[in-house]
Ligand binder design. Structure first.
Ligand SMILES: Cc1ncc(C[n+]2csc(CCOP(=O)(O)OP(=O)(O)O)c2C)c(N)n1
Ligand SMILES: [Mg+2]
Length: 395
């Protein structure tokens, strides 16, 4: 490691002794290739850490992050159960990826934008997306602001600048870069866009186009690749011959970082570094967060048919982000067993209450099918609607 002082990070003023940062931060001063081949970490699998590396994380921030992760975990559990009961049409879990999802988004400010991939709805809720609206969207009912026109789990939220997930893999990377370029061109300043993708998205042409454009134009964007090691049934070995995904970023001339995606502090620090850099107008960063998809790809998938689930069990038992975070919080005396149970119970009952309110709300009115495109729907659409109403009346 080059001669970086504890407490200093590239582009940041030297910290006061009270805010000193420990040796892990020398990572940011490594040469470009070493950063992209490395794996930044702060909180080890057994919950151990160097106290000098966690001075930023006080009780309030830690509990906020943990609650966001726990909310995501418990929400997944309830919605998957509802999907299995036939109440919801489709769902995808974030299990095992909560730290990458929540602790990255936690580094954004309210004016920033988030362009998700498939597993960032927990991050959207963490940033203040309205939960009632989100649940209405899952049901596609009359309260759904997209009036049932999106697949379930493709939410959007204007007040928190959360864009719809784009189902066609990797297309959202260009959207994120476009949003960031819009911020730059409009000259508003002080805004950053965070865009997400999975490991599978890096094999698409859109990845190349977006990465190249972002780097050439110095877009204020942070592009996060959640390497959960699977793209449905395609393992990483079938996805790329590169040693790491982060190395790909260097080819585009983009600073690329790589961190343990199950380490809440490491995720937060690499993302904070990149977000601050983008906000200063110093261009984009590509970040690979290494974790493991503990769940099936979606509710339509059965991973036991294509992968060795004993590997999944190992990640679930030894490398899972919530267990690691809890060890830390317990050691600190910030979250006892009883406090944890109370937190979980409160989250679960909130989720249950909102689901109970939204599940019986009827579908959007049939007429809404032809609304929102033309000011006055043209005669052909009116005819189609009348024909459909006639058909339905006969049933
Ligand atoms: C262009 C395109 N090709 C294929 C698909 C089908 N598909 C949906 S998700 C997925 C895998 C995505 O893997 P990854 O990017 O690693 O994200 P993860 O699901 O692991 O979070 C595929 C192939 C698609 N939606 N779009
Ligand atoms: Mg993946």
């Amino acid at each position: 490691m080059s001669g970086v002082q504890a407490g200093e990070r590239k582009g940041e003023k030297a910290a006061t002794p009270m805010q000193a940062r420990g040796p892990a931060f020398a990572y940011f001063d490594l040469d470009e290739e070493a950063k992209a081949r490395g794996l930044f970490s702060i909180l080890a699998e057994d919950g151990s850490y160097d106290p000098a590396n966690v001075t930023r994380f006080d009780k309030t921030l830690c509990l906020q992050l943990y609650r966001g992760m726990l909310w995501t975990r418990l929400m997944d559990r309830q919605f998957m159960a509802l999907q299995r009961q036939g109440v919801l049409g489709f769902y995808a879990e974030t299990i095992g990826q909560e730290a990458a999802s929540i602790c990255s988004a936690a580094t954004l400010e309210p004016q920033d934008w988030l362009v998700p991939a498939l597993r960032e709805h927990g991050a959207g809720l963490f940033r203040g997306m309205n939960f009632e609206n989100f649940v209405a969207q899952l049901f596609g009912n009359a309260n759904d602001i997209t009036r049932g026109r999106q697949m379930p789990l493709h939410p959007c939220d204007r007040p928190t600048n959360y864009l719809n997930m784009s189902s066609c893999i990797a297309t959202q990377i260009s959207h994120a870069v476009g949003v960031a370029m819009g911020m730059k061109i409009s000259g508003v300043g002080n805004q950053v866009c965070m865009g997400y993708m999975g490991d599978g998205a890096t094999s698409e042409g859109d990845f190349h186009v977006a990465m190249n454009f972002a780097a050439v134009r110095k877009a204020p964007v942070v592009l996060i690749c959640q390497n959960n090691q699977w793209a449905i049934s395609t393992p990483v070995s079938g996805q790329t011959a590169a040693e790491t995904f982060a190395l790909k970023g260097i080819g585009y001339g983009m600073e690329s970082l790589r961190a343990d995606g199950n380490d809440m502090f490491a995720v937060y620090e690499v993302c904070k570094y990149a977000v601050d850099k983008a906000r200063r107008g110093e261009g984009p960063t590509f970040i690979e967060l290494l974790n493991y998809r503990l769940s099936a790809h979606t509710s339509s998938d059965d991973p036991s048919r294509y992968r060795d689930e004993s590997v999944t069990t190992m990640w679930r038992e030894k490398r899972e982000p919530l267990i690691r975070a809890r060890i830390f919080l317990e050691k600190k005396g910030w979250l006892s067993e009883a406090e944890h149970e109370a937190m979980a119970a409160q989250i679960e009952s909130t989720i249950r209450e909102v689901v109970a309110k939204q599940r019986d709300v009827p579908a959007p009115p049939l007429r809404s099918l032809i609304e929102d495109v033309q000011q006055t729907p043209w005669w052909r659409l009116e005819e189609d609607l009348a024909a459909m109403q006639e058909l339905l009346a006969k049933q």
